[in-house]
Design a protein around this ligand. Structure first.
Ligand SMILES: *Cc1c(COP(=O)(O)O)cnc(C)c1O
Length: 227
């Protein structure tokens, strides 16, 4: 399968899933996850029609974005971010999905202020409380959301999660539901700008859409396995 065939197939599945649960397909952004894929490979994705790309590793991403051009896509940082790399994330990315501490938020805010940018961020929640994964605890979500919203150069636009991998995607449903409940609680606490839910990957994006995802992050189903 070519990248174009894969892209067309995923788009079709997004449309069908959205319509089947009464959602507007346009309200779901498809992010092609291009980690570990060469710039050449990624450009086939752009040619196929991808307009949003997600990257996990700062140095690799910076090189790729320099090659492909900042305006070739809307760039999403979805990897673990260390504070000392925040500067690069702010310069190169439209969205940072993985903000999970006040320390990191403060550094992103500081770097964004330096270049006169309001950085769009998402609060990452460790939805299944996995020791090996980053993300804030669900219990801290409201207080962190309040703190993040207080920074002048940050725009907190939503929540992100990455449940465990299950061979049956139905098993991920409770985690997607849980993220949505947290979103509703935060919105109920007065932070209504948290409109996005970044959830769903190659294996489980259909279930995530049924549970309200507005950003699905799809890697292998578009670009194939690792190079
Ligand atoms: C790699 C990655 C994805 C894409 O995973 P696939 O299973 O290849 O679709 C999505 N989100 C994050 C955070 C990732 O690291």
């Amino acid at each position: 399968m070519t990248t174009r065939n894969n892209f067309d197939a995923i788009k079709k599945q997004i449309n069908e899933t959205a319509l089947a649960c009464g959602r507007d397909p346009e309200s779901i952004t498809l992010i092609g996850v291009s980690k570990r894929k060469s710039a050449d490979r990624v450009s086939t994705g752009l040619a196929a029609g991808l307009t949003h790309l997600g990257e996990n590793y700062i140095q690799e991403a910076v090189d790729k974005i320099e090659t492909l051009g900042k305006t070739s896509a809307c760039w999403h940082f979805i990897g673990h971010l260390q504070s000392n790399k925040a500067k690069f994330a702010v310069r190169y990315f439209d969205y940072i999905h993985t903000v999970d501490t006040v320390k990191l938020a403060r550094e992103i805010d500081r770097q964004a202020a330096k270049i006169g940018k309001v950085q769009k961020i998402l609060l990452q929640i460790n939805i299944a409380k996995e020791e090996t994964k980053s993300g804030a605890g669900a219990k801290e979500a409201i207080s962190l959301a309040r703190e993040f919203s207080g920074f002048e150069n940050l725009s907190l636009d939503g929540l992100m999660c990455m449940p465990p991998f299950f061979s049956d995607p139905e098993d991920a449903r409770i985690y997607f539901k849980r993220l949505r409940v947290i979103q509703e609680e935060i919105q109920g606490a007065g932070l209504e700008n948290l409109v996005h839910l970044s959830m769903g990957m190659s294996n489980d994006f259909r279930v995530a859409i049924e549970e309200g995802s507005s950003m699905v992050r799809v890697g292998t189903a578009i670009f194939g396995g690792r190079d």
